[in-house]
Design a protein around this ligand. Structure first.
Ligand SMILES: Cc1cc2nc3c(=O)[nH]c(=O)nc-3n(C[C@H](O)[C@H](O)[C@H](O)COP(=O)(O)OP(=O)(O)OC[C@H]3O[C@@H](n4cnc5c(N)ncnc54)[C@H](O)[C@@H]3O)c2cc1C
Length: 322
């Protein structure tokens, strides 16, 4: 006998701040949400020790604890949290249509609404010393972690708009910022380049890459290499920021949803609506601008409200038609 396919009102994909906030709102609206956590239950914040900027925690909180608390809050209202990875989707084009989602290449679920909260992963250089010191002075988020290096000397890797933006941010807090740009010029806009060049405590090193991050438990320095001459140089720093881009976790949605040229899901206007009716996107997966826990949570709330209103509209149309 074939297994009956499970039918849900609301399926949430991803368990970061966006997914859990969507779950809290969806559960309280009686949408009986089921969440699949993916490979990183709790999302990106589980990789950081201190979260000091999420409102409501005057003493700060460590990332993993905050995410456990969000899970408990979502479960308190009836969210079912399941371990599993969504591996395939087949979204309906029809308003009121049913979306088919495959989990772990085997289990098929049908859902009236889907909330995508799969985040975006920061790219790293993938040097062994950099990976070893992640969380020990190596960070991919200047806005999140810059404050911990107040008055200290740091370095940042990257030459695009984000790197320039983050270098300027760090320059306001830190004593000195050394900016490593791989090419002989920056990719950042002229305006951003001008901003970086005008800040006296930013030193830009062109044609320069990281050879090794120095330090045992925490970052103590950086060995840089000039990729034209091969010349190496060591500097003392306490923080290294990697700003070479993010990869939105959207491979499984390719061909199903409209995305921009870097793979972020496009949402309509101020809503979380995607190009498919009944499919909503929240958090970093649709936001390359802010990428913060609080903004992810905010759009998670919006996605659940959008899903609730969509279902109410579908129901009222069906009632009129019958
Ligand atoms: C080191 C570090 C420190 C940070 N510190 C701060 C800070 O102090 N303050 C702050 O506001 N922000 C901070 N951020 C940024 C913050 O973590 C993100 O903005 C936020 O986590 C984004 O939330 P999200 O829910 O959109 O996605 P994420 O937190 O990235 O969660 C994505 C979720 O989707 C799941 N997933 C992915 N693919 C699938 C799939 N196919 N099927 C099922 N699930 C899937 C993953 O397992 C994960 O649970 C930090 C980020 C990093 C990397």
């Amino acid at each position: 006998m074939s297994e009956q396919i499970e039918r849900l009102k609301t399926l949430i994909i991803g368990s970061g701040p966006a997914g859990y906030t969507a779950a809290i709102y969806a559960a309280r609206a009686d949408l009986k949400p089921v969440m699949y956590t993916g490979m990183e239950p709790g999302g990106q914040l589980t990789t950081t020790t201190e979260v000091d900027n999420f409102p409501g925690y005057p003493e700060g909180i460590d990332g993993p604890t905050m995410m456990v608390q969000l899970q408990q809050q979502a479960e308190r209202f009836g969210t079912e949290v399941r371990i599993g990875m969504v591996t395939e989707v087949d979204f309906s084009d029809e308003p009121g249509g049913i979306h088919r989602v495959t989990v772990d290449n085997s289990k098929v679920i049908e859902a009236e609404t889907v909330i995508i909260s799969t985040g975006a992963s920061a790219k790293y250089l993938n040097l062994p010393s950099e990976q070893r010191l992640r969380g020990g002075g190596v960070s991919a988020c200047a806005v999140c972690d810059g404050f911990f290096y107040k008055g200290q000397e740091v370095a940042i890797v990257g030459g695009g708009d984000t790197a320039a933006e983050e270098a300027s941010y760090l320059a306001n807090i830190c004593k000195k910022v050394t900016m490593l740009v791989r090419k002989d010029h920056m990719r950042a806009s002229k305006a951003m380049q001008h901003r970086v060049n005008s800040l006296e405590n930013i030193e830009i090193r062109y044609n320069t890459e990281v050879d090794e991050v120095i330090g045992d438990q925490v970052v103590e320095g950086l060995r840089m290499v000039n990729n034209q001459t091969g010349e190496k140089e060591e500097i003392s720093i306490t923080g290294l920021f990697i700003a070479i881009g993010h990869k939105p976790n959207t491979d499984i949605f390719k061909g199903q949803l409209e995305m921009d040229d870097t793979g972020y899901v496009i949402t309509q206007g101020k809503s979380t609506k995607t190009s498919k009716p009944g499919v909503f996107a929240s958090g970093d997966v649709q936001d390359k601008e802010y990428r913060q826990a609080i903004t992810a949570a905010g759009t998670g709330c919006m996605a659940a409200l959008d899903a609730e209103r969509y279902l109410a509209l579908v129901d009222s149309k069906e009632a009129v038609a019958s």
